[in-house]
Write a protein that binds this ligand. Sequence first.
Ligand SMILES: *Cc1c(COP(=O)(O)O)cnc(C)c1O
Length: 359
Amino acid sequence: MSKFTLKELGSDADLPDDYQKYLGPGGGLLNLENHLPFSPDSIKSSNPGMWRYADMLPLNEPSGALHLGEGWTPLVTLQGQFSGLRMKADFLMPSGSYKDRGASVLLNRCRELGIREVIQDSSGNAGASVAAYAASTGIAASIFLPENTSPAKVAQVKAYGATLRTIPGDRKATSEATLEAAKNTFYASHIYNPWFFEGIRTIAYEIWEQNGEKSPDEVVIPAGNGSLLIGLFLGFKAIEKAGCGKLPRLIAVQAENCAPLALPANLETKPTMAEGIAIAHPPRGRQIIETVKESDGFITTVNENEILSAWKSISLSGWLIEPTSAAAIAAASRLLAEGRIKPGAITVATGHGLKTLLK
Ligand SMILES: *Cc1c(COP(=O)(O)O)cnc(C)c1O
């Protein structure tokens, strides 16, 4: 049996294994069914990082993957003001964000397909991550960025040898230019390409192992386009299907200033410190809301004061993370105080604070 089936959302037809467009033939989002079960017996703990799960990733030859040893980040217990919470320190990654898990699997998939060149658009971590793994897999990358992107992020993309395509105008102009270019070049997108989500799955597998081979009750995460949320969901669903644990409640956190998932009626968005989740129109919005519901979780918001205050406190305890990650800690801390989540809840720290400090 094949390792996976690729489908367009809302259609039963299987797409060819080597399908390379970013949307289905009917213009719908793509989803992948990974037929490789979660299987504790096939964990290769001598492999570096998340590649201990190589045999569960939908690649033709995972043992031949070119990677940077990303993953197997610590799950730590927070102290002081945040005691009662645990944090998966996923900002400790080669390019400084959890997105490396997705980019690593996606670029290795591209390599297996014989793709020589990819494009990606991002004003933040996804661009840096795709540029890093394009470098490690020997694929040329062009990263489309809005003209006002912070110099530190531009410098990181450049350092990996990617071609910078600076687009005048706002974020929307950059998206439009990318979609136009995607007609001719492979779009290595963290939003559209399901292989990205397959890499994110490994956070769930690691949490399961580090939590004593059990699923936790609750996971609290920042959410914008939902790649972290959907990836975690797929991972924990596989764990549940294998009879190894349950699906935890997934609690998605948005900044009050930009909360299309939590406050859909409030279409006006304002800038937020939590730039990693400042997504006004997430293409997978409906899928995100359904995923949260299926896990019996919910979506909540935090304001700018709460984000800044949590960021300052967590920095004073020695953890330098992005304000976007502090947003999830701020929410988890409030929910714990309100008794809406239990002690032991896990937050995922998604991005390294050095990136935003240099702004
Ligand atoms: C991308 C990102 C997120 C959120 O991911 P989505 O897939 O957009 O939901 C959270 N934190 C940081 C630091 C990010 O870069």
